[in-house]
Design a protein around this ligand. Structure first.
Ligand SMILES: Nc1ncnc2c1ncn2[C@@H]1O[C@H](COP(=O)(O)OP(=O)(O)OP(=O)(O)O)[C@@H](O)[C@H]1O
Ligand SMILES: [Mg+2]
Length: 644
């Protein structure tokens, strides 16, 4: 038997327990005052808590100068990266910044602390996941201090009577906001004879499941809207036991009660009756909610985060009677991601979490992600959609051998609703799931594309949208995938692809430089001087359609690039100058096209061909292809790539 490392579960459990116990605390209100004196942050309000939670793990500026790709995506506007969100959310930097900014100004106690944070975006854009992350963040925080036995986990400083507040605020160096809840008020009087210094205080952790500091309001059946979901109720069975006005009948278990000190989430918020929304607005704006029955009001301190899709938002916004509510909402759009590199990460995250031991052929997630993003783009007269996708992805796009001068900003400015429509992340995940299930966990662009085509055909879509999406899948992506595939196969055929590409690159530079400076090329071995080989230069340039008089300009640009790179002390390689990289790869691809075609297509192969074929398969596996899908992929290549 293999020697497995033994895990000492007992000591792990014990260690965890003792660490948690260290954070636990119980004492009287008098003791608590000493704690607050030492740690004034104990008096902080919910928005500050959430702000610190988000900023705490670290925030940094994305280094746009050393990352040319990011620079092309974001332009000159700085981008903040929040570690709190980093590993789970992709391509939504601007949205996260806005959320963080909301919490920042709310933490400062400004107007935003009295407004609802509302996330608006299309289905599957990550709204619920964002709120889940916030809730999980609260659960990971150290415990907070509450009045022991308070149904709404009240801040103990509320015990200090009004007339003493200024003095205590001064002594403790904190601000005290809010009043005792009816339940605590009653206990203070009846149980403690008004001696608030004796009231017990203890720590509690936030918990979604136990409804401590985290309240959730799902959309409620409109025929059955009962505010008890929000503010609790009176326990009817106790009504005859206690006199009128006795708060012991109160069940303070509404979302606003339990969400005190933390947050309250409103799912699909505008599906609720306006009465609900008014309670929500009062809770944020005035920081109180009515107590059930005749028990006055209850102070609450909570971040209210609501979300819904755009259709609901538009409907709500169109109704003028809702103006008062609209004025108290901070809208943060959560659009779909439009960056290919980031979309791929969403599905990597998804696959990592799924139970499948997925074997994923190269380009699978890329092709699926391209489909998602293409469906989300608005057409523009400035370029085709694939070009737009590449520009949004920060890629350098070539046009007649030169980088295309078209920026993300320009394209973005023209688009109106981009990111708010198109295929959702969930749609793609379902397609991946289907392909995984049908193919025993082995997926490649071919079977994922099939799954997507099937789903699009069945989906409830407008005819033109369906047509559009099928075109992407059956035509655009089919071609793009074949190009990617041909490049992989070429690489697998060309012995030492990288090395050969570098050699071509160096030769090109030598000859182009001599051509531009009207000098000669020195043979590295014989030291003979010779004229620059124009035929060779042309054979590279024609790969990217640079012919005739355009060649001179192109050679000068290459050399200018080379010189400025050398001046900056950068080492250049074949992949550093995009136009030349593409030309060189195409040149290599053409040089082996015939042989790849013959060998891949052949029904029977002679000994020599078989060896070449096997070596190519081996190389593809080295590139990340899996044995169980490689036959399918090569058959696909030979059927589609090299038509006879
Ligand atoms: N930009 C993104 N980065 C990381 N994951 C994402 C992103 N967008 C969506 N997802 C993932 O997609 C899935 C669906 O997201 P979620 O349920 O949060 O969407 P939603 O906006 O609440 O949708 P709905 O309106 O249908 O409720 C989740 O697994 C989420 O993590
Ligand atoms: Mg949701």
């Amino acid at each position: 038997m293999q020697a497995e490392q033994r895990i000492d579960f007992a000591s792990l459990i014990e260690q965890d327990r003792s660490e948690r116990q260290k954070l636990e605390w119980q004492g009287s209100f008098l003791d608590y005052l000493d704690l607050v004196k030492a740690k004034p942050e104990l008096a902080e309000l919910a928005h500050r808590r959430l702000h610190d939670m988000i900023a705490g793990p670290g925030v940094r500026d994305l280094d746009l100068e050393s990352e040319p790709r990011a620079k092309r995506v974001f332009g000159d506007e700085p981008v903040k990266i929040y570690d709190f969100f980093k590993d789970e959310f992709f391509g939504m930097e601007r949205t996260l910044e806005k959320i963080a900014r909301y919490f920042h100004s709310a933490a400062m106690g400004g107007e935003e602390s009295r407004q609802v944070l509302y996330l608006m975006g299309p289905v599957g854009s990550g709204k619920s996941s964002l709120v889940e992350r916030l809730k999980r963040g609260l659960e990971e925080l150290p415990p907070i201090y509450v009045i022991d036995g308070c149904p709404i986990y009240e801040q103990p400083l509320h015990l200090i009577p009004r007339h003493l507040r200024p003095a205590f605020e001064e002594m403790l160096g904190v601000r005290i906001e809010g009043d005792l809840c009816p339940a605590c008020r009653w206990r203070l009087k009846e149980e403690f004879n008004g001696r608030y210094e004796n009231v017990p205080v203890r720590t509690v952790n936030f918990s979604k499941r136990a409804r401590r500091g985290i309240g959730v309001v799902p959309p409620v059946d409109p025929n059955n809207q009962d505010t008890s979901v929000l503010i609790g109720s009176e326990d009817i069975s106790k009504l005859d036991r206690y006199s009128e006005g006795d708060p012991r009948v109160l069940e303070l278990n509404g979302a606003f009660n339990v969400g005190n000190r933390g947050m309250v989430e409103f799912i699909e918020v505008f599906k609720n009756e306006t009465e609900y929304l008014h309670t929500m607005i009062t809770a944020t704006q005035e920081k109180f909610v009515p107590a059930p029955g005749r028990h006055g009001t209850i102070y609450v301190d909570s971040c209210i985060v609501a979300h819904s899709n755009e259709a609901e938002w538009q409907k709500f916004k169109a109704d003028h009677t809702n103006e008062a509510i609209l004025d108290r909402i901070v809208v943060v759009k959560v659009p779909y991601n439009l960056r290919l590199s980031e979309e791929v990460k969403i599905y990597q995250k998804f696959l990592k979490r799924s139970k499948f031991e997925a074997r994923i052929a190269p380009h699978t997630l890329e092709v699926a992600s391209m489909f998602a993003i293409l469906s989300r783009l608005e057409p523009t007269p400035k370029c085709d959609l694939v070009t737009k996708l590449k520009i949004y992805n920060g890629e350098e796009v070539l046009e007649k051998g030169r980088p295309k001068k078209l920026t993300v900003h320009e394209l973005r400015d023209d688009a109106k609703r981009e990111g708010l429509f198109g295929v959702s992340t969930r749609f793609i995940m379902k397609a991946l799931d289907t392909a995984l299930t049908q193919n025993n966990g082995s997926i490649h662009p071919i079977n994922v594309r099939e799954a997507l085509i099937g789903m699009v055909k069945e989906a409830d879509l407008a005819d033109d949208v369906r047509k559009h999406q099928l075109e992407f899948l059956q035509d655009t992506l089919h071609k793009i995938y074949l190009e990617l595939l041909e490049k992989d196969i070429t690489k697998a055929f060309v012995y030492s692809f990288q090395g050969q590409a570098e050699t071509l690159f160096q030769n090109y530079l030598d000859h182009a430089e001599a051509y531009v400076t009207k000098t000669k090329v020195k043979d590295p071995v014989t030291k003979d001087e010779m004229q620059p080989d124009e035929a060779f230069l042309k054979s590279i340039e024609e790969q990217i359609a640079i012919i005739g008089p355009a060649a001179d300009g192109f050679r000068q640009e290459v050399i200018a690039y080379l010189w400025s790179a050398t001046r900056r002390g950068e080492s250049v390689s074949y992949s550093s100058y995009e136009p030349l990289k593409e030309a060189i790869e195409k040149k290599l691809m053409n040089s082996v096209r015939d042989i790849s075609r013959i060998i891949t297509k052949a029904r029977t192969r002679d000994e020599q061909q078989r060896q070449k074929y096997d070596a190519m398969v081996e190389n593809l596996i080295g590139q990340g292809y899996n044995e169980d899908s490689i036959d399918t992929i090569l058959k696909y290549a030979s059927n589609h790539l090299w038509k006879d």
